[in-house]
Design a protein around this ligand. Sequence first.
Ligand SMILES: NC(=O)c1ccc[n+]([C@@H]2O[C@H](COP(=O)([O-])OP(=O)(O)OC[C@H]3O[C@@H](n4cnc5c(N)ncnc54)[C@H](O)[C@@H]3O)[C@@H](O)[C@H]2O)c1
Ligand SMILES: O=P(O)(O)OC[C@H](O)CO
Length: 338
Amino acid sequence: MSHWLVCGAGHWGTALAVYLAGRAIPTQLWGHRREHLPGMGGDLAPIFPGVPLPASLQITAELEPALTDAEVWLIAVPSHALRGLLRRLRGSMVPSPIALVLASKGLELDTGARLDEVVAEEFPGVPLLVLSGPSFAQDMLAGRPLAMTLAGRDDDIREAIRQRLRSAQLRLYPSADVAGVCLAGAIKNVLAIAAGICDGLGLGESARAALITRGLAELQRIGTALGGQPETFTGLAGAGDLILTASSNLSRNRRLGVALGQGLGLEAARAQIGEEVEGVRSSRALYGLALRLGVEAPISEQVYRVLYQGESPQRASVALMQRGLEGAAPIMPHRDMG
Ligand SMILES: NC(=O)c1ccc[n+]([C@@H]2O[C@H](COP(=O)([O-])OP(=O)(O)OC[C@H]3O[C@@H](n4cnc5c(N)ncnc54)[C@H](O)[C@@H]3O)[C@@H](O)[C@H]2O)c1
Ligand SMILES: O=P(O)(O)OC[C@H](O)CO
């Protein structure tokens, strides 16, 4: 019998696999390190200790057997592991899936490529869908309501997968803007680090609201320059995910920023969180892209300087407050306003 294969047994992959299994979709979850796999002791420890392992969910560290009869691949590995995983999947010589659903967020560090571009390079012709939007693994696992975007260029395949995935818990809005949805998920992580720094410095809730609003303008500016549609950045995958990540302490990106604002160094802050913080790598790639395109990206630039150039969070905040207004474009300018 065919099944869905979830690749990446961290928090997100595990939550997605539990969700799929709960929807009566035959599901296997693959993780690359046997010793880190959830579900080996009857519950989902070490990822979600105390949460029972669903009887119908198979968890494995063996990729090749899990690929046999896998009709959909759902990818939830960290962005830095994506290309390597895709090459491994390609090398396995199994038939291509009906669809590859990308649930990771980030940019490829060395190339600055969007993750959909990485998939297209490694698997040209495989129908790609991107699942993104405000969604903590913990909320999905707890059965709380989520609304997300499912992007894909093939209407029929996107609708077929949307029907399989949607439920009373998960509302899925279709989009054709694959590039924009990928970019939004990557850029919002960098902006969430900025919001965390702002709170770590104790600058107050008014400052955080201003940062999120200007962050949204920056997200839209960079995102459209890189090929996304403006409306994507004000939707769930853009504004929705930015608001969640910049304001909730469940966000690893935001928590890293808080730790930096409170005076911790980057490596100490990363170690304190102990999970993937995608915005750290994406910040480097994003800064390079913004420079190359000549796009005004003041918040992303200050995050980059704090992470990689030893800039102090205090000085970064002063720099944002005192910069000129030349590049400060409004959000979604009305056509008549020019
Ligand atoms: N956690 C969430 O709520 C959430 C929600 C939406 C999207 N995401 C995205 O999902 C992706 C994964 O995040 P996460 O929360 O699961 O991170 P995590 O830190 O919980 O887990 C990362 C997992 O990736 C595995 N891994 C590392 N290198 C690997 C490799 N080379 N091959 C295979 N697996 C490898 C690790 O063993 C670990 O299990 C990120 O891009 C993140 O932005 C996370
Ligand atoms: O914990 P974060 O900061 O990686 O955010 C998780 C998700 O991307 C939220 O939608």
